[in-house]
Design a protein around this ligand. Sequence first.
Ligand SMILES: NC(=O)C1=CN([C@@H]2O[C@H](COP(=O)(O)OP(=O)(O)OC[C@H]3O[C@@H](n4cnc5c(N)ncnc54)[C@H](OP(=O)(O)O)[C@@H]3O)[C@@H](O)[C@H]2O)C=CC1
Ligand SMILES: CC(=O)[C@@H](O)[C@H](O)COP(=O)(O)O
Ligand SMILES: [Mn+2]
Length: 355
Amino acid sequence: MVLLGSTGSIGVNALIIAKRFGIEVEALVAGKNIALLNEQIEEHHPKYVAISDEKDRPLVKHHEVFVGKEGMIALLQKTQSFLVVNALVGFVGLAPSIEALRLGKRLALANKESLVVAGHLLDTKKITPIDSEHFGLWYLLGNRPVSKMTITASGGAFRDSPLEVLPHMSFHDALKHPNWSMGAKITIDSATMTNKLFELLEAKWLFGCDVLDAVIEPKSIIHAFVDFKDGSTTAHLARADMKLPIAFALRGEIEEAILPPIDLVEIGSFSFRPIEVARYPIWEIKEDVLAHPTRGVVINAANEVGIARFYNHEISILELAKRTIDAYRFFHDVHPQSLDEVFEIDREVRKYCLK
Ligand SMILES: NC(=O)C1=CN([C@@H]2O[C@H](COP(=O)(O)OP(=O)(O)OC[C@H]3O[C@@H](n4cnc5c(N)ncnc54)[C@H](OP(=O)(O)O)[C@@H]3O)[C@@H](O)[C@H]2O)C=CC1
Ligand SMILES: CC(=O)[C@@H](O)[C@H](O)COP(=O)(O)O
Ligand SMILES: [Mn+2]
């Protein structure tokens, strides 16, 4: 396989699964964590590697190193592997997703931003999602007619904080996810609930379902529900560990234990909460976004700029959502018809948000 984003949270778990099932690692792509990349090179012996910065090239213990966005594309073109795992974070993951699909490869996709910004322009039949909720939905779906899909949210770092303290919470505070250990960007998106908005769009493009919702399940044990037309509802439960969705994405089917089973008596009870706009302002545009899902590119670009500003102490976490909503309203008439347009709108929105 080819693994993009090998030094991240999903990347590291993907290598654990690859090792367990003897999957050959043909190429590794990382950003700036060269120390970890070198360890991975020593353990997995990839034929090719890529990194983000030219200045780091001399530090990489490999003879065939590609660099930058173009380097990632050139690396993909050299590889023979059928499977590409895209565990990059952010909009930078889109171009390699497009190239992997163009090359006829199967795409195991953790980089949800690819689907958020261009889901209507990608061949989702060639994509296996690596996201716990979408894995749960996939697991539940059979041949029976579905009336609704619901995914769960943990509620993020501030789900129990008094509303008055939210404007004073720092980037560091927002990184304290209650249940999952993940990279920084998705953990912030979890605190703002933007992650769940993105996941509704992912579900729309992957499963073609128009009746979608999300609910807070504070334990992150239930990941998804499917309502069937006959009145039945089924739920997917598993421990909060991405190795299970990753194992399925890498192998197709799994017949052995990846995680220990759920102990219902130990869990005791489940509770559910609605997602409230006062705590998660981004939720105000949920219905409109679902009615106009091709506007995901606007939300994503504004959100990426906002996260950088939140990190730099320029805005609060509530303002981050408010600015994203402002950009969403300003660019209300966008409807990208091609991938080129997606890149162009992304640039325009970033320019607007940086003013
Ligand atoms: N973590 C999770 O449990 C889940 C994650 N996802 C999604 O998966 C994706 C990855 O998330 P996660 O693993 O948490 O993120 P991390 O931040 O932990 O990892 C991101 C990876 O991308 C690499 N990277 C970032 N920018 C570049 C670049 N310009 N060029 C090359 N490599 C780059 C990083 O390299 P380096 O660190 O070396 O700089 C790192 O390997 C996201 O889209 C996220 O939403 C979805 C569901 C669950
Ligand atoms: C592990 C995973 O799939 C994440 O996307 C997770 O869902 C994030 O947690 P939240 O439910 O808090 O968004
Ligand atoms: Mn998820």
